[in-house]
Each structure stands twice: as C-alpha cells, then as structure tokens.
Ligand binder design. Structure first.
Ligand SMILES: [Zn+2]
Length: 457
C-alpha cells in the first residue's frame, strides 16, 4: 500500500510495549503499524520515541473573569500546546445568565473553531439547577458533551449541596460524568476574612486563605454525594495527599471516582509564596494553592499506584504585568491561575519517567490514553492504533533543554517552570497526519482544529 505519510524507524510506545516500527498514515488516520512501510512522504524518527499526541483534559483559553481575560486565546494557547506535544485540549463552556446550555455551547464552539490549531472538546459548566437547565442535560450529552463541571466555591459558580445533588442526579440519569472543583467555600471565606481583619493581604498570605483541609472536606463530601446519586465522578486538580487518599479509599470500595492532578502540584510548592517579591508570589496564585513538598511526593505515588489517572494543566494564563499585579495589595484581586499548557509532556517525562516515579507507559497513560478514555475521546484519540487519528508526537528522549519564558510559545510574560532542566523534549507534532511543528518551527497554515464530539459508557 502507498501511504500518504510514513513515520519511519521510531520507537513506539503502545500500552506496555516499546517497539521499533514504522507508522503508515492515510487520510489523517493511522492505517498501519509495521516495519518497512513506504509512502509518498516519509519522516524519520530514528532514535526518537513515537507517542500519541497529548490530551490535556483541563485548560482555560480565552476565558473571561469579572475583571480581565486569560492572556492565551484559542490560537496562542493551542499553538503552544502543539509545540509541547498536545494535540487535543478540553476546555469549558460557561453559560451566561439567560443563555441555554446549547446556546452557550454553540457560541463557545464557534469561538474556538475560528482560531484553534489543534483539536478540542468542551466540558459543560453547571452553575444553576433550574428545571430547564436540568432538562437540557440529555440533549447536551447527545451533542457530544458528556462531562459536566461543578464548583463548590466561587461566586456565581458554586452550587450548594442540594444543587450538586440535583445536577448529579440528572447527569447520572442521562449517562454523563461529573467533574468537581472541590474546595470548601465556608473555610475559604472564613480564612480570608481572618486574614483581612489582621491586614495580611499581600499575595504571600494567599495559601492561608485556602488551607488543605478545605480541599479534603470538599473531596470527601462530593465523593459521598456522587455515591448517593450513583454518578461517576472526576475530581479536578487534586493538590493534597489527604485529598488523594480519599479518592484511593473510594476506588478501593469500587466507586467510579477518577482523579486528576497537575504539574504545578507535583513540581512546585508553597515556598513560592514566601518570595520577597510579591509579584513572584502572585504569579503562583492558583486555586487550590501550591502545597507542601510532602504533598508533591504523595501525588507522584498516587499516580504511580493508579489512584490518580490523569495529568491536566489547568492552564489559565494571566500576565504578571497588567493582570496579576492588580492584586499586589490584596490577593483577592489577583486573577487566579498558572500557565503550563506547553510543558506538560516534557516535565512529566523528565521529572516522572527519568526520576523513576512513572514508567513510560504510565507517562503516556496519564497524559494521553486515560484522559481520552475517561472523557470519551477513545479510541479515536490518545493511542497509537490502527484507525485512530494520526495525532502523533516525535519525542527526543535525549534532548536537553532548560525551560525559560522565551523557549515557550504561551502568550504570557512568565512561566512558573523558569529554569527547570529537561532531559527529553518533543521535536515534531502531527495533527491528523498534518505536520504542525517540526524541530521547533511552526510549519502548518490555517486553523485546522476541530471540535471532537465525545461519547462515554
Ligand atoms: Zn480549571
């Protein structure tokens, strides 16, 4: 057979197999995995790992807040993702007042499709539980959005327990999956008030306003609410060892609970808030906050033993100058979030695989295969398999790179990973057989990212 493209002589990571092989691509799909293939075009992957394109299940691009908007939009954010070896992101739909879920979906989809350079999907945010909204859930699932995000904190988003139950119940009935941002709102409000009354408002005090126990309480509670309503639960951005333990226990008892953590909770810690420069501290304000080194270590272990399944970035970029600096006198005015969409695969390879926390297979599972499977993108995405989209990353395991703001393509004026040494870096990224990035150069034209409908169960 004559393929459109053959990726030759690479070392493929397929499940627990590491095998030398070619990949034959036809019409944007993987059509053959074998040696000695020939095609109209070839790409040499000699001495390279060939892996499925990364799936980032948690990003915020072009997301407005009450005072500003994230600095990365659908173009700059997805282009940065592609440079880092991610070929599909799942972002969020946040319906406004008076807008139906489907109206909000069509608007957000169109906004993304106009600028997106990799494939994308969307989670639906549920922040109200009137009968009309609940009745719409089934239609949303049929449209290809089976995952619904809930918040236990944040003005305008948080649902009280009875709201969570109503939504969970409707989603369970319709065959969907619930995502929860789990932090106890009362503990946060109480702690923030105490800090305010004692004048402790600089960014360095921020982590005290969202203590670990706020996450632990909410994770335990939503696990029980999910159990009560028989809905599969995915907890986003788990930051604490004790929170992860609650997931471990629920899974041990057979409950369908999935856990996500992020590079920032594995690699960065609270020490970042102690810096004498308040802007540096502000650059690390995200929710939940960075925790202690012992939490970093436990989260690695929880990935290792399968308690946590996925690594999302929660990429939510705001510039230090002009955005984060608005809150230097009061941390509540700092827009929350850290960037990280581009460096995920490489960070997890160097600090996960090379340090012995993760096997190669687990690295691919956490960053590609399991996010695809849990959210209904499999078998089309997240694996190297015949019939799957030819979303393929050529990863040089020997390339040494130091992360700097200038190395990255994220549209933001800093990176929390400045100075991190990497040993292993993506050198080429294909989306459905089209080369997007080659040796650090953007080689694609146009905005070819597509909305990918998802179906689970
Ligand atoms: Zn998020």
């Amino acid at each position: 057979m004559d393929f459109d493209l053959v990726i030759q002589n690479g070392t493929l990571v397929i499940g627990n197999q590491i095998m030398p092989s070619d990949i034959g691509i036809l019409d944007g799909k993987i059509a053959a995995i074998a040696r000695g293939l020939s095609g109209r075009k070839t790409f040499s992957a000699q001495n390279m790992l060939v892996i499925p394109g990364g799936i980032d299940p948690h990003v915020h691009l072009e997301m407005p807040t009450p005072t500003t908007i994230t600095s990365d939009d659908w173009f700059t954010g997805t282009r940065a993702a592609a440079f880092g070896g991610t070929t599909t992101v799942i972002d969020f739909i946040e319906p406004e007042k008076g807008e139906t879920l489907l109206e909000a979906f069509h608007k957000r989809r169109a906004q993304a499709e106009a600028k997106c350079v990799i494939d994308f999907s969307l989670h639906m945010t549920i922040s109200r539980t009137d009968p009309q909204t609940l009745a719409e859930i089934q239609t949303v699932i049929r449209t290809g959005i089976p995952s619904f995000k809930h918040y236990t904190t944040y003005e305008g988003f948080a649902l009280p327990d009875e709201g969570l139950l109503a939504a969970f119940n409707a989603i369970a009935q319709a065959g969907g999956l619930v995502l929860v941002h789990a932090e106890n709102d009362a503990i946060i409000k109480h702690s923030t008030l105490q800090l305010k009354s004692s004048g402790q408002l600089e960014p360095g005090f921020y982590p005290l306003s969202r203590p670990a126990i706020a996450e632990v309480e909410a994770i335990r509670r939503v696990i029980l609410l999910a159990r009560f309503t028989s809905v599969p639960l995915y907890i986003v951005h788990i930051s604490t060892a004790t929170g992860a333990s609650a997931v471990e226990k629920a899974r041990y008892h057979g409950q369908a609970v999935f856990g996500e953590t992020c590079p920032q909770y594995l690699l960065l810690d609270q020490g970042r808030y102690q810096d004498k420069d308040p802007l540096y501290a502000a650059g690390h304000i995200c929710a939940p906050p960075l925790r202690e080194p012992k939490d970093n270590l436990s989260l690695w272990r929880m990935l290792q033993n399968g308690t946590l399944q996925t690594i999302g970035t929660d990429h939510c970029a705001f510039n230090l100058h002009g955005q984060k600096d608005k809150g230097l006198n009061c941390f509540t005015n700092v827009p929350g979030g850290v960037p990280g969409i581009e460096s995920r695969l490489a960070l997890m390879y160097t600090y996960g695989v090379r340090r012995g926390y993760l096997t190669l297979e687990q690295w691919i599972d956490c960053c590609c295969t399991l996010p695809a499977r849990i959210f209904g993108l499999a078998p089309r995405k997240g694996v190297l398999a015949i019939g799957a989209d030819a979303d393929i990353v050529i990863f040089d395991p020997n390339r040494k790179v130091t992360i700097t703001k200038d190395l990255l393509h994220e549209n933001v004026d800093y990176t929390p990973y400045e100075g991190f040494e990497l040993h292993g870096y993506p050198v080429a990224t294909f989306l459905r057989g089209e080369l997007l990035v080659d040796q650090g150069q953007w080689v694609a034209t146009g905005f070819n990212g597509k909305f990918i409908p998802r179906f689970i169960g």
